[in-house]
Design a binder for this molecule. Structure first.
Ligand code: GLA
Length: 393
């Protein structure tokens, strides 16, 4: 949908013209999976798919939200002072939670507003559509009411919405990538200290392909929380023999020396992934900077294997896509991205081999799984922002 069509939709639903328009991207993570809540590193980037929010301030205290993606849910309405979680408000709990926590932080929001949301991130694809709607709401409220909220605080508030409003114990990666993303760059983020650096993605004649399993991510949230608990348990066992605050502080060598304190095999595997994946992420950055795409790809492949065997968050759909990718000509690496349990994988593919890659992997997937996967060539874009005439849709 372009700006014209969106403004027409706004007029249809709110009987007036919108005043301002905002955008927040989705994200992919190149490497460093399930490391953020373990105090490790992640290496994500913002993509050019995302969520648009067209808005107009109101005179009264009502908030009216409509999503083009969920027309069947109708217009969701509430008062600016009634910001309780409401199951019936489904998707609108994300913007509502954001509004609530911004207010709780002491910022004054003087009036209500109307918002039309439209997202072009494939639904349920694990490209962080929820963090995207949180961040677009945060940036919008900040600008509409001239609150001057530091961007990093909006990032933290987005995470708080997931953790304390929605009930998913996720880490900071998604909101950070979406809030702080930069065109053609990935961000190496230390999730313990929140120190970060941008790394230009120079893939020369290669492209990043996003592959959507189209598998519904059922039970994903409870499994996610379960993984997090398992890591916490492993950490507390390590703490009996070594002074650490998070699994991300362990080197591979330290893990090997001390792993005997973990008596449960499952916890041993989970923590192994957390430690090795963190180290892989640091190595990956070094290889990317040195222009060694081949080694970068190899680390991606190792990451997937570890997520499959030790962390057990892949499943047949993601494994089929990734394993089919590995056997294609011109592929330097492939892995699942995001939380797993369905969702998307990514592959780095030589540009001239992309059409053949899509055809072959698509066919293998369809034959094996019985329905189709979708493929997108990723463009790495900027983080959340207002869309003005200079920054067009
Ligand atoms: C989800 C969470 C992130 C991160 C990833 C796994 O996207 O929201 O915080 O934990 O899973 O790396």
């Amino acid at each position: 949908m372009n700006k014209e069509q969106l403004s027409k939709e706004f007029r249809n639903h709110f009987k007036s013209d919108f005043e301002r328009m905002f955008f927040a991207p989705g994200r992919i993570n190149l490497i460093g999976e399930h490391t953020d809540y373990n105090g490790g590193h992640v290496f994500p980037c913002a993509i050019t798919y995302g969520t648009y929010a067209l808005t107009k301030r109101r005179e009264d205290k009502r908030v009216q939200l409509f999503s083009i993606n969920f027309p069947e849910k109708g217009m969701i309405q509430f008062n600016i002072d009634e910001l309780e979680f409401n199951k019936e408000h489904t998707w609108a709990n994300y913007p509502k939670g954001m509004l609530r926590f911004i207010k709780e932080d002491g910022y004054e929001i003087l009036s209500g507003f109307d918002v039309l949301f439209y997202g072009n991130i494939p639904n349920g694809a694990g490209l962080s559509s929820s963090a995207s709607i949180e961040m677009v709401t945060g940036v919008m409220i900040d600008q509409l009411f001239q609150l001057n909220i530091p961007r990093i605080d909006l990032v933290k508030l987005g995470k708080k919405v997931e953790n304390d409003f929605i009930g998913v114990n996720s880490g900071i990666m998604d909101q950070f990538a979406i809030g702080m993303g930069k065109k053609d760059s990935a961000i190496l983020l230390d999730c313990q200290t929140l120190q970060y650096e941008y790394s230009p993605i120079e893939l020369t004649d290669h492209r990043i392909i996003i592959m959507n399993t189209n598998k519904r991510r059922e039970l994903a949230d409870s499994k996610y929380n379960e993984r997090r608990r398992e890591c916490e348990e492993a950490l507390s066992q390590f703490q009996k023999v070594i002074d650490i605050q998070s699994l991300g502080e362990l080197t591979e060598e330290q893990y090997e020396v001390h792993k005997h304190v973990i008596t449960n095999e499952v916890l041993k595997k989970r923590s192994k992934h957390a430690v090795y994946e963190n180290q892989r992420t640091l190595k990956a950055l070094r290889f990317l900077k040195a222009g060694d795409l081949k080694m970068f790809g190899r680390l991606m492949n190792e990451s997937h294997r570890s997520l499959k065997e030790d962390y057990e968050v892949t499943g047949i759909e993601l494994d089929s896509l990734v394993e089919a990718s590995w056997s294609q000509d011109g592929v330097v690496g492939a892995r699942m991205t995001g939380a797993g349990f369905g969702g998307c994988a990514i592959a780095i593919v030589e540009e001239k081999k992309v059409p053949n890659f899509i055809e072959q992997v698509g066919k293998t997937y369809h034959d094996k799984i019985g329905y189709q996967a979708d493929f997108y060539v990723a463009s790495i874009g900027d983080g959340a922002m207002e869309i003005t005439n200079e920054v067009m849709l």
